[in-house]
Design a protein around this ligand. Structure first.
Ligand code: NAP
Ligand code: MG
Length: 478
């Protein structure tokens, strides 16, 4: 496929390409251009020129264009689902469902934009200003760069691109190099629906090269990034040099606390769903540390393993498959390495953990302690269940907070006083009671504490984050 620059499907200026492969078979699916600095320059020049006219287009017209885009997704659902399944190794049944979030978020942000009001200040608050009338309006930021990780391309594209566009910004997307194809197709559909070619653009290529140039360019008013903490820190530094705004949704190592009184069957079901069977556990906010009260540890472990044994792992294109591959063989090798490292620190691998190409069977690590890296800052992006034991709530809270991350947390207990004490004490952007942290509704403000990021995304908050307030004063008019 080609990049989308200034209304044209474009190759790299030097003809360079990156290969996109199917992780389940290793087969080459397609190539995408490896953008050069000259390609990026064209995109930035176009975006800077394009956004003022878009911002001046009436809101109802921008909304009508985005709603047309939503309708076109239904017309292409099967083609798009198969593309997503093949480039991610994601079960086809899961891929088909993922498009619902794109439609909901684009429609949702179109509706929310109608409520994006400014403000008028109360009159006569300050002596000497009683003849003045002050108001504040919301304006777009300008050019918004959206850098997307491989693991949830559709929902993260939608959480970034929909609010930025409806608010009148120009957008330049940089998709992940592992799975850029489905987003390039969505970009083409945005153009076909009527978004101007200089208002929505997409460049492909290495994040370390072209992504960092994009993030550090002074013409970019905001970098909206989801990905690893390491890259997020680099982006924050690059954007700071130009006073660029940033929205950073980064890594996590979420605790899932199971108290002595918890319903063990539900707790094990919560643990398994998400950590194993959605995107093969490659999710930022999913539970990654399993803190189980000593008295229920054996029952929880047996129930969890029983559930993991029943998961149908296989060909992502088979509708019966519940769990496909990781994003690549190298990603699966990295998970294998992290599990071996944890075993070398004293943990016991009691179930699974077998790799074959990009496939990796769910792994249960027992006897994990607070002395091990996996209990703190080593994020494992795959279906791995490190089991830790605790005796008191305070101990569980201390373990939960002993990490650089603070994205999500979850607790299972029937005692709402304990649940609330945990929710108040844990340092995380979202806390789920009666469930694990793999929970993100369209509405809720989603984001991280500590090194899990800064800024929030969701239907209730994103429009504020892609606009800025301008105060306008009528002096001496009253
Ligand atoms: P990543 O390696 O940080 O890459 C994310 C994106 O950034 C990709 O498009 C990548 O391009 C690009 N990139 C890489 N280096 C860059 C640089 N120096 N400057 C600018 N852009 C650069 O993350 P990933 O491996 O795709 O995703 C996994 C990570 O994302 C995990 O840590 C996970 O927890 C986190 N995540 C967080 C959230 C959240 O909402 N908080 C959601 C999902 C995932 P290339 O693909 O070309 O390298
Ligand atoms: Mg990566």
């Amino acid at each position: 496929m080609k990049m989308l620059i200034n209304g044209q499907r474009t190759g790299a200026s030097d003809g360079g390409v990156l290969e996109v492969c199917n992780p389940a078979t290793g087969a080459l699916l397609d190539t995408v251009p490896a953008a050069t600095a000259a390609d990026l320059e064209r995109a930035l020049t176009a975006a800077q020129k394009g956004w003022p006219a878009w911002a001046g287009t009436p809101l109802f017209e921008r909304g009508a264009i985005l709603r047309r885009f939503v309708r076109s997704i239904d017309e292409h659902n099967e083609e798009l689902s198969l593309l997503l399944c093949r480039e991610m190794g994601k079960p086809i049944s899961e891929a088909r469902n993922d498009f619902g979030s794109v439609k909901h978020l684009f429609n949702g942000f179109v509706e929310a934009a109608n409520q994006l009001t400014g403000m008028t200040m109360p009159l006569g608050v300050q002596e000497g200003r009683e003849k003045d009338f002050e108001l504040a309006i919301r304006e777009p930021l300008g050019v918004v760069a959206c850098i997307i990780p491989f693991n949830a391309p559709l929902v993260l594209f939608s959480h970034k691109v929909a609010p930025a566009l409806i608010a009148g910004n120009a957008v330049i997307v940089k998709p992940a190099s592992d799975d850029p194809l489905v987003l390039l197709r969505l970009g083409e559909l945005l153009w076909e629906a009527g978004v101007p070619g200089d208002v929505f653009q997409m460049i492909t290529g290495s994040g370390a090269q072209i992504g960092s140039l994009l993030a550090g360019d002074p013409r970019v008013a905001k970098v909206s990034f989801t990905g690893s903490t390491e890259v997020g820190l680099a982006i924050a530094r690059a954007a700071a040099a130009n006073m660029g705004h940033t929205g950073l949704e980064l890594g996590g190592n979420a605790p899932f606390v199971v108290m002595a009184d918890a319903d063990i069957d539900r707790a094990a079901a919560e643990a398994a769903a998400g950590r194993a069977t959605y995107v093969t556990g490659q999710i930022c906010n999913v539970a990654k540390r399993f803190l189980i009260h000593r008295s229920v540890k054996a029952a929880f472990t047996a129930n969890l393993i029983d559930r993991l044994q029943k998961i149908i792992i296989g060909d992502p294109e088979d509708p019966a498959t519940q769990m496909g591959t990781l994003i690549s063989e190298s990603a699966a090798r990295e998970v294998e390495r992290q599990v071996a490292h944890t075993v070398s620190q004293g943990a016991k691998l009691i179930y699974g953990g077998v790799r074959s190409g990009a496939y990796y069977t769910p792994a249960v690590l027992d006897e994990v302690t607070g002395a091990m890296d996996i209990a703190h800052d080593m994020e494992v992006f795959g279906p791995v269940f490190p089991l830790l034991t605790f005796d008191t709530l305070e101990e569980a809270i201390d373990l939960s907070n002993d990490t650089i991350f603070g994205l999500g947390a979850g607790i299972m207990t029937g005692d709402m006083s304990i649940a609330l004490r945990f929710a108040m004490a844990v340092q995380a952007g979202s806390v789920i009671i009666n469930g694990q942290s793999f929970y993100r509704s369209f509405m809720m403000p989603f984001g991280g504490y500590k090194q899990s990021g800064g800024g929030r995304e969701g239907l209730t908050v994103s429009l504020q984050e892609v606009t800025q307030l301008k105060s306008i004063v009528f002096k001496n008019v009253l």
